[in-house]
Design a protein around this ligand. Structure first.
Ligand code: OSB
Ligand code: MG
Length: 371
């Protein structure tokens, strides 16, 4: 297949409520959308960056630069692709910049699936026709606000509650939730806010029977996480530390992680996400799909990859209205009252990008063509 045109857009969308983690508060999202055209088909991708490099090192600005100056020229120079897996190999000489790579690679996967008349899930080898999802709840100033949110999300059917923690907002919060809601499926995400000096705190958290604790230690660590895991019954789950199959292999070999959060953008695309999934399956490590507060486009990609068999734990792919007044796809992503999302059956990402709404939130746009 030949790629003949690419459209890159920068969008800004206001969130329905601010999202607070140990590294900052987000009230809106500024991100990139990619549109890849070839042989009459159009594929869509989302670049899950933010304006500031707080979660990882990429930003809207760096991703734009890498996409324009390096990745689009590679796609146009190579010309013909046989399978979307080719894109991962073509991009591999460019170091890191995973979210930039993923945004184009994902659009090519969508384009490919559409040209074959397959859903993106089918093209990836997915087997499920519905997926189970949980929800990620940001740090709350008032504990009563957190209780209200947990109550509301349990009522809506979400399969597990992920509670963001940071120093000073951790053990009491988690104990309070256990006391109030009993043995609900619950986990904590620290976004790298602690060190091994906090071992006694983790021992206390260990008694709460959490499903897992996500990225407790440094964003670039796999050694201390292995030390911590040896001290705990609760599985450690790595998020920030895993950027590739190689990272996953090393972390699993070291015993740093018993569960992996797979984010398509963090690992450079769907092909690498699938490779990590396959390796984890062979090694008895369950995975789940993380989120970056995506618009409907990125959300659709997350739903498709979650249809693979080793995504056995509920992911962070909540419904559109948890984030947006109006999403940029039709229909919105809808979570059933049993905490499941039914896979779309239209080809490619399966949701229709709403051109009018995309235009409304676009703050910058550029078109690139071959020759
Ligand atoms: O650590 O998983 C994370 C959001 C932004 C950056 C990092 C993370 C998150 C979330 C929210 O937890 C997941 C979502 O609802 O999309
Ligand atoms: Mg996380």
């Amino acid at each position: 297949m030949r790629i003949d045109k690419i459209i890159l857009r920068q969008l800004k969308m206001k969130m329905v409520s601010p999202f607070r983690t140990s590294f900052g508060t987000q009230t809106d999202r500024e991100f990139l959308l990619t549109e890849v055209h070839g042989e009459g088909w159009t594929g869509f991708g989302e670049c899950v960056v933010n304006t500031a490099p707080m979660y990882n090192e990429e930003t809207v600005g760096t991703a734009k630069h890498i996409i324009e100056q390096f990745l689009i020229p590679i796609l146009f120079e190579r010309g013909e692709f046989i399978h979307p897996d080719n894109i991962r190999d073509w991009f591999s000489p460019i170091r890191r910049n995973m979210m930039a790579k993923s945004s184009l690679e994902g659009a090519v996967w969508d384009l490919y699936a559409k040209s074959k008349g397959q859903t993106l899930a089918q093209a990836l080898g997915g087997e499920k026709d519905k997926i189970e999802v949980g929800i990620s709840i940001g740090i709350q100033e008032q504990i009563d606000d957190l209780y209200r949110l947990v109550e509301q999300y349990l009522e809506q059917g979400y399969r597990r509650m992920k509670i963001k923690i940071k120093p000073g907002k951790d053990i009491e919060v988690l104990q309070g939730l256990r006391a109030r809601f009993g043995n609900i499926p619950m986990m904590a995400d620290a976004n790298s806010a602690y060190t091994l000096d906090d071992l006694s705190l983790f021992k206390e958290i260990d008694d709460l029977g959490l499903m897992m604790i996500e990225q407790p230690l440094a964003h670039d660590d796999i050694v201390d996480h292995a030390k911590l895991q040896r001290e705990l019954k609760t599985p450690v789950c790595l998020d920030e530390s895993i950027h590739s199959l190689e990272d996953a292999r090393k972390a699993i070999e070291l015993g740093s992680t018993r569960v992996i959060n797979i984010k398509i953008g963090r690992v450079g695309g769907l092909t690498e996400a699938k490779r990590i999934h396959d390796y984890a399956l062979e090694h008895g490590v369950p995975v789940w799909c993380g989120g970056m507060l995506e618009s409907g486009i990125g959300r659709a990609h997350n739903i498709a990859i979650t249809s693979l068999p080793n995504f056995t734990l509920p992911g962070d792919t909540a419904g559109s209205t948890r984030y947006w007044q109006e999403d940029i796809i039709d229909p919105f992503v809808e979570v059933q009252n049993d905490g499941t999302i039914i896979l779309p059956t239209n080809s490619g990402i399966g949701y229709h990008p709403n051109a009018e709404k995309i235009e409304k939130y676009t703050i910058w746009k550029k078109e690139y063509t071959t020759g």
